[in-house]
Design a protein around this ligand. Structure first.
Ligand code: SF4
Length: 366
């Protein structure tokens, strides 16, 4: 099982952010940690856990002591595999060398750093709290602290971002030489300040064709530098694929703890309330948090989800698992050049990755 722990605290809300996170609530962190530990201790114990992921929000606003405290609860409640992958999302502007050294001592063995860009104008546009100097410094300090498994997150498809701008950020990323890179196309979520700026014309609209060119440029540059494009948005040096996220893509079991955390276990999908206040109130009443979602996953939906998630991976899905109406879908997608067969597996082509959402829709049950 993979274990996800959500920390919804951030120093400032980024201008594009629609994640479950909030600024100005740091005073609630100690009680939140108690609530999260209480939730862990009320889950079935003793299960084997192969990965732990501190996600957010910005988990690196926790002190090393708080991270160690949560990990101690995880260790005492679950059977944490030896060599388990234990990741923390960290944002530049919230970490320094002593901090990173201390969290590594608690047992954190993988960092995922949200650099997002190496261009100061773009970082300002996104509303990030850091600049490009701090971004590179955070990575160098992680190395000095001994982290040898580091992911860097970047965003492309920004309003006004040219192909040359993106190439410069990619060059900078490659110079840092992380083990893992995640690249996400900017999604403008309604209601966010950046969405309002685009809607009102203060910012140019996103150009999807340019974003596709940026994605293909990244594919080419990362391949030349030895990164394996193992998932639609993720590249890794061999052996450094994110084991935690691979559980999601393989439709494996995972438990989420904390505000808005999702779980998928024993044929059910469920999620906690996305309200921090409700989450803390339930804890103060000695109750488990309210569920925002609780549904059984039928066999048809499970097959569809396994196909969709598996197709996100470069390895694709076994042709043996293509049954019934999926055979027709795969044949059509193959004729369109969006899928291909390789070594007994079916996978997306390069063009299929660009149009993956359209492909995935075809796998959903009616
Ligand atoms: S750091 Fe991440 S979670 Fe926090 S506001 Fe920015 S985008 Fe949202």
């Amino acid at each position: 099982m993979a274990l996800y722990l959500h920390f919804p605290f951030c120093r400032r809300k980024c201008r594009y952010c629609s994640f479950v996170s909030c600024a100005g609530r740091e005073a609630d962190i100690p009680v939140y940690i108690n609530a999260l530990k209480a939730e862990i201790s009320r889950c079935p114990g003793g299960e084997s856990v192969g990965s732990v992921y501190f996600g957010g929000g910005t988990p690196s606003v926790l002190t090393p002591g708080q991270i160690g405290d949560v990990l101690a609860t995880v260790r005492s409640h679950y059977s944490l595999s030896s060599g388990a992958e234990i990741s923390v999302e960290a944002n530049p502007g919230t970490v320094d060398f002593p901090y990173l050294t201390e969290i590594r001592r608690t047992g954190i063995n993988r960092l995922s750093i949200g650099l997002q860009s190496l261009n100061d104008d773009e970082l300002k546009l996104l509303g990030r709290i850091h600049n490009s100097y701090q971004a590179e410094e955070a990575f160098q300090q992680a190395r000095q602290a001994g982290f040898d498994n580091v992911n860097l997150d970047f965003i492309y498809g920004l309003p006004g971002q040219s192909l040359a701008d993106w190439r410069r950020t990619l060059h900078g990323a490659l110079e840092l030489s992380p083990e893992h890179v995640s690249l996400y196309a900017l999604t403008l979520e309604p209601g966010t300040p950046m969405w309002q700026d685009v809607e009102s014309g203060r910012l140019p609209a996103i150009d999807p064709d340019l974003a596709a060119d940026q994605y293909e440029l990244a594919e080419d540059m990362l391949a030349v530098h030895g990164y394996q494009h193992y998932e639609i948005s993720n590249w890794a040096r061999p052996g450094y694929e994110c084991r935690h996220n691979l559980v999601y893509w393989r439709n494996g079991p995972y438990r989420g703890v904390g505000v808005a955390a999702h779980s998928c276990l024993d044929g059910r999908r469920f999620a906690n309330t996305d309200s921090l206040d409700e989450y803390l109130a339930a804890f103060s009443r000695g109750e488990l948090p309210a569920k925002a979602l609780d549904e059984e996953i039928g066999s048809e939906l499970r097959s569809a989800e396994s196909a969709i998630l598996g197709l996100r991976l470069e390895s694709g899905i076994s042709a043996d698992n293509i049954k019934g109406s999926y055979r027709q879908t795969v044949a059509e997608m193959t004729d369109l050049g969006l899928m291909e067969s390789s070594g007994g597996n079916i996978r997306l082509t390069r063009r299929g990755r660009l149009l993956s959402n359209e492909v995935f829709c075809r796998f959903l049950p009616d």
